[in-house]
Design a protein around this ligand. Structure first.
Ligand SMILES: Cc1cc2nc3c(=O)[nH]c(=O)nc-3n(C[C@H](O)[C@H](O)[C@H](O)COP(=O)(O)OP(=O)(O)OC[C@H]3O[C@@H](n4cnc5c(N)ncnc54)[C@H](O)[C@@H]3O)c2cc1C
Length: 463
């Protein structure tokens, strides 16, 4: 197998250990590989050579949209990655031409060519492609079947220095390291370490979203009109049933039917199809009516979005960095989790590229505070619409009512104005910052939109 060469030789340390070989762990390993002589990824799962979901990533049975901003980050870490995705059979997607958004009262959306395409494929194939790419980096070792038990502190400095883990032969071993990256998804090794060393635990911002997913793989689908993706959203807050039909490799399609609270999409095929018929439009039902299911219908309940503010832990230890879902787990309906993790890996690479003498001692605070900024934008974009449902509980974003109102006006505007649609798509795909929507020209258009809506509804009431 071809080995990618390591570009820099001025190592910061002998070894970095990454706990977890999911999207965050693999990309973080690439990010640190230029600055450590050896990088070891430990994952509790035996990592498959084929395209199959694995127990450590149960969400892998559900469709995973890759935002254009996530693909951009992958390209930064692994140049040419988009071409590799194409070669393994991922389906190229033009965000402006190929996606049929169905939002009650707002369709049809403009259909325009938008730069920066992305790809659709199953999550196991995406992860396998990243893993194969990582395997070509000569100083990264990926060890499957290795469950990390805990982190050990240096008795003198309190820094995180060793990892204690079960090898694939079931032996308990310790491994010394200069940097430990917690990409375990749940972040429990970091939390346990903070507790064991009597440090402060991070505050959490949580939103109870109570989402339910039921997903399957289909042999084909036909959305019509050359659309490749159909995303049917509910008439919120009156209804909460939605569906996403997304192409995947080998001509297959991934379908997730979504519900919330008491509304749990069924797992029996006949009832699952009936649920599809109850969506706001019959588009998805019709697109799959002749399709055969290639997998069981897999359930997933997602109770809570959770953001851990590690940057505020004043005594955060040297030698340890959480990343990805270990920091923030987003409501999956917005498809942000992988892309946020990938952007954090790019941040890590950027910070490690600096020529600071004592980089490792400042790294945790630098990384965690900048990662907080990376998380803040997608969090703001998902927290606001989550509160459209009055029974959503949790930490409400500041100025919620105004933001909900602005978002309503913006969506109405984007449905008519191709330029605003493109900008909104770029922001939602994490290609442009959220503040791009605060541009005075956009704000004044949104305000006129809201005023004209108000006059129309007053006129209707008077009539
Ligand atoms: C139903 C659902 C749908 C989603 N859809 C999307 C989507 O459309 N788009 C999107 O971008 N995101 C989506 N997400 C979010 C996405 O799955 C996560 O944000 C992303 O996988 C985070 O990656 P991670 O590497 O941080 O964690 P994970 O993918 O959870 O990986 C953690 C890894 O750590 C390993 N591990 C855990 N503990 C240990 C241990 N003690 N020792 C060794 N190894 C360990 C696990 O085996 C696993 O491999 C969805 C999530 C859900 C639940």
């Amino acid at each position: 197998m071809r080995r990618e060469t390591v570009s820099k030789s001025d190592y910061l340390g002998e070894r970095a250990i990454v706990v977890g070989g999911g999207i965050a762990g693999l990309s973080a390993a690439r990010a640190v590989s230029d600055r450590f002589r050896e990088v070891v990824i430990l994952d509790r799962d035996k990592l498959p050579d084929g395209v199959i979901p694995r127990p450590g990533v149960p969400q892998g049975k559900h469709p995973h949209g890759l935002l254009a901003g996530g693909l951009k980050a992958l390209e930064e870490l692994f140049p040419g990655f988009g071409d590799e995705l194409r070669k393994v059979g991922a389906v190229p997607l033009n965000r402006g031409l190929d996606l049929l958004y169905e939002i009650p009262g707002l369709d049809p959306w403009p259909r325009i060519n938008i730069d920066h395409p992305t790809y659709a494929l199953t999550r196991p194939l995406l992860e396998l492609t990243v893993r194969q790419r990582v395997a070509r980096v000569s100083n990264i070792k990926v060890r499957g079947g290795c469950r990390v038990v805990n982190i050990i502190a240096d008795p003198g400095t309190g820094a995180a220095t060793d990892i204690c883990y079960y090898t694939s032969q079931g032996k308990l071993e310790t491994l010394r390291s200069d940097l430990i990256i917690d990409a375990s998804g749940n972040g429990s090794v970091t939390l346990e370490f903070l507790k064991a060393s009597r440090r402060t635990l991070p505050e959490e911002t949580c939103i109870e979203v109570n989402m339910h997913y039921s997903s399957t793989l289909l042999d084909h689908a036909n959305i019509g009109d050359n659309y490749k993706v159909a995303y049917t959203l509910p008439d919120a807050p009156k209804d909460n049933r939605g569906g996403l039909l997304l192409p995947a490799e080998n001509g297959t399609y991934q379908l997730v039917l979504i519900g919330r609270g008491e509304n749990i999409p069924p797992l029996k095929e006949s009832e699952f199809r009936t649920y599809a018929l109850k969506l706001h439009t019959p588009t998805i039902y019709n697109a799959i009516k002749n399709a055969k299911l290639l997998s069981e219908i897999a359930p997933c309940s997602f109770k809570q979005s959770r953001w851990r503010h590690f940057a505020q832990v004043f005594d955060f230890p040297r030698g340890l960095l959480p990343i990805g879902d270990a920091i923030c787990r987003f409501n999956p309906v917005y498809g942000q989790g992988m892309s946020s993790a990938l952007r954090q890996a790019c941040l890590l690479s950027e910070l490690l590229g600096r020529s600071n003498q004592d980089l490792l001692s400042t790294l945790p605070q630098d990384f965690l505070s900048k990662a907080e900024d990376i998380v803040a934008e997608p969090w703001a974009m998902s927290a606001v619409p989550d509160f459209v449902y009055p029974d959503t509980t949790g930490v409400r974003p500041e100025g919620l009512e105004e933001r909900l109102n602005f978002q309503k006006g913006l969506s109405r505007l984007a449905a008519r104005d191709a330029g605003v649609f493109e900008l909104l798509s770029d922001v939602r795909n994490l290609l442009k910052p959220l503040k791009a929507l605060d541009d005075p020209s956009i704000v004044s258009k949104v305000e006129s939109e809201l005023t004209s809506e108000l006059s129309l509804s007053s006129a209707a009431t008077a009539a």
